[in-house]
Ligand binder design. Structure first.
Ligand SMILES: [Zn+2]
Length: 198
């Protein structure tokens, strides 16, 4: 029914996270009827953002410069590192505003069924940081599902060394979902109520 170019645009938009078929169609129909200069600017903004954004070599955060502004911020506690699954989880914790340490992005959770083994995650990078940074506590902030639990216990065991505390944020995060679904107060409380694992 729709011209091929619109169908292709709907399909492309529909592959974006959080955009269902109806939204994809609505956005596509809006774009093809909008002033071409505005659409060109949007396309360019997407391209520029994609070209500029890289992962911080140290913590794995999204940044324009590596090391990122969190890793280089002298006002943040360098003795405390919060381990999260994905780069976007840093944004959730930063929004909650209750955390003043640094971060480390794992890049996933151990899940043998999906073929994700410990060596696929940024654990060796974290061990390297333990050698070079004055880290005294690792706070694990993974979701409370099976993979999150398994990964947390694996990390607590592998990272165990004298003088290092490994804790995990308190339960209270919605089971089976990531940090982005936790509201700011819940996240702050979960961080405050973290429990030692070793
Ligand atoms: Zn960083």
């Amino acid at each position: 029914m729709l011209p091929d170019a619109i169908t292709a645009l709907v399909a492309a938009l529909g592959r974006l996270p959080g955009i269902g078929p109806r939204s994809a169609e609505r956005i596509a129909l809006y774009l093809v009827q909008t002033d071409p200069a505005t659409v060109k600017q949007l396309a360019e903004t997407i391209l520029v953002a994609r070209e500029k954004i890289i992962f911080c070599d140290t913590c794995g955060a999204l940044t324009e410069q590596s090391p990122c502004s969190i890793c280089t911020d002298a006002r943040r506690e360098s003795s405390l590192v919060c381990v999260v699954e994905r780069a976007v989880d840093i944004l959730s914790i930063e929004k909650a505003g209750a955390y003043r340490g640094k971060f480390h992005v794992l890049g996933g959770k151990i899940s043998p069924l999906d073929g994700v083994e410990p060596e696929d995650l940024r654990i060796a990078e974290l061990e390297k940081r333990l050698k070079h940074e004055p880290i005294k506590e690792i706070v694990i902030a993974l979701s409370t599902d099976v993979e999150g639990d398994a990964t947390s216990y694996y990390l607590a065991k592998r990272l165990a060394r004298p003088g290092l505390k490994v804790s995990r944020i308190a339960y209270g995060l919605p089971a089976g979902s990531g940090l982005e679904f936790a509201d700011e107060l819940t996240l702050s409380r979960a961080l405050e109520g973290r429990r030692e694992m070793n």
